[in-house]
Design a protein around this ligand. Structure first.
Ligand code: TMP
Length: 212
């Protein structure tokens, strides 16, 4: 500790389309921050381990059917059930690297045609990220990477709409990273920004809430 009572961990969110490389980059970023001796943990949404998460997982794998508004609220509930744990960890000085968050929540539902303000409403009051790292990849390129599975959203046309919505949500606080670069170059860019933000939060940046 650097002896500041308001010192806390940083909430770092990685966002992007399916196959943009978020998941591998999240664990690389974890090792990097860990190597500096920072307390750091990885989370991902959806968290399929909870009861709500299992309903989401069944929906995504097409084992169950839910209407668009209902699944939207379940994704949001899945974040709400982790909120107090996240706040406790951040206040205890642990940095959280989160693979997808409310931006995915809004983008994927908006892509189905749901009103954007309605999509944002259940996210109000969740912890706001200190940093959003957006791994930018053209939908066609992501599709070429293959490995599109058989999940509900694994379709090029749908991913194009999601990409448009991420563009609407993105503001000047986001760090946009070209995800078509070599993995090592993407990794480097994430590292610099993330470390900088971890240090800012250590110095006592107050927690803030969605949506500013
Ligand atoms: P995953 O592949 O990162 O586990 O995410 C599963 C899918 O769920 C992915 O296509 C994005 C989508 N999604 C939503 O539609 N709403 C959300 O709130 C989140 C977190 C993910």
């Amino acid at each position: 500790s650097i002896g500041n009572n308001d010192s806390r961990g940083a909430l770092i969110v990685l966002e992007g389309l399916d196959r943009c490389g978020k998941t591998s980059q999240s664990s690389r970023l974890l090792s990097y921050l860990d190597s500096f001796g920072h307390s750091v943990e990885l989370l991902r949404f959806p968290d399929r381990s909870t009861n709500v998460g299992q309903m989401i997982s069944a929906y995504l794998s097409k084992q169950s059917h839910l209407n668009d508004h209902t699944i939207h609220l379940l994704f949001s509930a899945n974040r709400w059930e982790k909120r107090s744990m996240m706040e406790t960890k951040l206040k205890a000085g642990t940095t959280l690297i989160v693979d997808r968050y409310s931006y995915s929540g809004v983008a994927y539902s908006f892509a189905k045609g749901i009103d954007i303000e309605w999509c944002k409403a259940p996210e109000i009051g969740l912890l706001a990220p200190d940093l959003v790292l957006y791994l930018d990849i053209p939908p066609e390129k992501a599709a070429e990477r293959g490995g599109y599975g058989d999940e509900r959203y694994d379709h090029l046309e749908f991913q194009k709409k999601v990409a448009q919505c991420f563009q609407i949500l993105c503001d000047s606080s986001w760090k946009i990273i070209d995800a078509c670069q070599a993995m090592e170059d993407v990794e480097k860019q994430l590292q610099e920004t993330a470390l900088d933000r971890v240090i800012t939060c250590q110095k006592g940046k107050p927690l803030s809430f969605l949506w500013r």
